[in-house]
Design a binder for this molecule. Structure first.
Ligand code: GDP
Length: 141
């Protein structure tokens, strides 16, 4: 069975515009349970480490500057029925909000392909890796 966990981050653009509560409300409304949550202001090492797979991409430097521009809210989410990663990526919509479906979180709250309001893990393996990255003390990992 596919996993019940995923990792999300409400990104600095959405936090600074006051969308944190509205976004969490939609996540819970979609059936996810918040298992862990905190507000942090990442430094370059932390943001760069999180997006390490994108280190060689042309947008990496801008992405790290954006993710360190203000506080963000990482959360571990559980979908008891399973398929958490795929269901959550459907809820948030395409990376570029211009291509995101109506009603998705990115369609409603994102500004651009970079300042796109929210992160969602792209595999069960990465959900665990990313969960550990922010919540190393959690027994569930
Ligand atoms: P995600 O899984 O939908 O978040 O997308 P990716 O893993 O491909 O990219 C990670 C993050 O990098 C995205 O959520 C955006 O914030 C940013 N990003 C992705 N593609 C681009 C791009 O072409 N230009 C810029 N400036 N940022 C991008």
């Amino acid at each position: 069975m596919s996993g019940t966990l995923t990792l999300t981050i409400i990104k600095p653009d959405a936090v600074s515009k006051g969308y944190t509560g509205k976004i969490i409300d939609q996540i819970i409304g979609a059936g996810f349970q918040v298992k862990a949550m905190k507000m942090i202001h990442m430094n370059e090492r932390e943001a760069g480490g999180f997006y390490d797979v994108h280190r060689e991409r042309p947008f990496f430097k801008d992405l790290v500057a954006f993710m360190t521009s203000g506080p963000c809210v990482p959360m571990v989410l559980e979908l008891p029925a399973g398929n958490a990663v795929e269901s959550f990526r459907k809820l948030i919509g395409a990376t570029n909000p211009a291509n995101a479906e109506e009603g998705t979180i990115r369609k409603q709250f994102a500004e651009s392909i970079e300042r796109n309001a929210i992160h969602g893990s792209d595999s069960d393996e990465n959900a665990i890796r990313e969960g550990r990255y922010f919540f190393s003390d959690l027994e569930m990992f």
